[in-house]
Design a protein around this ligand. Structure first.
Ligand SMILES: Cc1ncc(COP(=O)(O)O)c(C=O)c1O
Length: 396
């Protein structure tokens, strides 16, 4: 048979999903594994959002919607972005799609030609690398060191730009590091983007989950010239515990939004009508549910960071957002733990799962080879038990 598509053949499975599937399989087999791999809130979708979905079904809101989303949804997005980020967008600049992940894909599809370069700061969310490859572009990875708070500097960005550079993917707050750029750091990056004429896909899907009183600064709020070259990605998955509803949204100039809408009209057709109705309730309703979940995440972060840093031979920074901690395992490399030689983060994660019954995600697929990602989107009891197991595992 003929060769399959080169681009599709080059795409790797998501390492976070592989690890999660392995842990779930062990759990299904009766093994008492605690999962810290999942990138989704453990909370249920709030009741008023579920009620809105039930109402939509009863009222037969069950047909195709416009390809780029309903007017009600676009208006709700504009209102929320104005209230939370001070951003002025009109509904024609909003595109609603089936999750923030798909939004990043649509944004890349709209911006880049095969052969273009897309700059990706590491550590990065695993999907970005594959999404860039899926559109035939070349990822240019810029490593943001732990000593720099895992944040790429404007100088690093400027050095990575070539005549082929089309766009930068910026993820703030960041998965997997949880780190948050300060306004002046973002402004310095924005200046380079304007000066060198590159687009920015700014994924702010964790903007509702910030700690220590840190305020979210949207990249698009940094000036009209910055906004004009920014495609803002956001969604309801993380802030409202709605990962399964599959709704994300994009904000951009009207021309880009029109192109993205055209693309959607021939691919997904439209996002789910029922999920959009639920998302309108999420965006327009009381935001108390977001605050409640945010507070619970903050307590868990405080606990997990303190425990990790109290252990010999591992350490982590204190992240200001999202629900992840990156644990530095550099000192574990070369050790033999429970009969297993640890020579990479993959080895460490595999041994921790096998001998400690704790599922994490190795940083190898995230451009962070000496790190392990812990997601604290799980209950405090699990976190306490998981930290005890880590301690036992490190003791050899
Ligand atoms: C940075 C980032 N962007 C986007 C997504 C995907 O969000 P959605 O569930 O809306 O597709 C994730 C999920 O893990 C993420 O971490």
């Amino acid at each position: 048979m003929k060769e399959l598509a080169q681009i599709a053949s080059a795409v790797q499975a998501s390492s976070t999903m592989v690890m999660d599937a392995l842990a779930k399989q062990m759990q299904a087999d009766g093994v008492d594994v605690i999962g810290f791999g999942a990138g989704e809130p453990d909370f249920n979708t709030p009741d008023h959002i579920k009620e809105a979905a039930k109402h939509a079904i009863t009222e037969n809101v069950t047909r195709y919607t416009p390809a780029s989303g309903t007017i009600a949804m676009k208006q709700a997005v504009c209102r929320r972005m104005k209230e939370d980020c001070g951003l002025d967008y009109v509904p024609s600049q909003v595109v609603v799609s089936s999750g923030a992940k798909h939004c990043v894909y649509i944004a890349l599809r709209t911006l880049v030609n095969p052969g273009d370069e897309v700059i990706l700061p590491a550590p990065f969310w695993v999907s970005y690398l594959e999404l860039i490859k899926m559109v035939g572009a070349t990822p240019v990875v810029v490593t943001a060191e732990e000593s720099a708070g895992f944040k790429m500097t404007a100088e690093q960005l400027a050095d990575a730009i070539t005549p082929k550079t089309k766009a930068l993917i910026l993820n703030n707050p960041n998965n997997p590091t949880g780190m948050v750029y300060a306004e002046e750091e973002l402004s310095a990056i924005a200046r380079v983007c304007v000066e060198k004429d590159i687009y920015v896909i700014s994924d702010e899907v964790y903007y509702g989950l910030l700690y220590d009183g840190v305020k979210s600064v949207s990249f698009a709020s940094l000036g009209e010239d910055v906004k004009a070259r920014t495609i803002l990605v956001n969604g309801v998955s993380k802030s409202y515990a709605m990962t399964g509803w599959r709704i994300g949204y994009l904000l951009s100039s009207g021309k880009i939004a029109q192109m993205m809408g055209n693309f959607l009209s021939h691919s997904t057709g439209s996002p789910s009508s029922v999920s959009q109705a639920a998302s309108v309730a999420a965006l327009n309703g009381s935001q108390d549910c977001v605050e409640q979940m945010r507070r619970a995440f903050e307590l868990r972060r405080n606990y997990i960071v303190e425990r990790i840093n109290a252990m010999e031979g591992v350490s982590c920074l204190k992240p200001e957002g999202a629900f992840y901690v990156m644990m530095n395992i550099g000192k574990q490399l070369g050790r033999t733990l429970h009969g297993e030689l640890i020579s990479s983060s993959d080895d460490f994660a595999a041994a921790l799962l096998k001998h400690g019954l704790v599922a994490t995600v190795p940083g190898s697929g995230m451009g962070a080879p000496n790190f392990i990602r812990w997601s604290y989107a799980t209950g405090m009891d699990n976190i306490k038990k998981g930290m005890d197991r880590l301690q036992g595992f490190l003791n050899g």
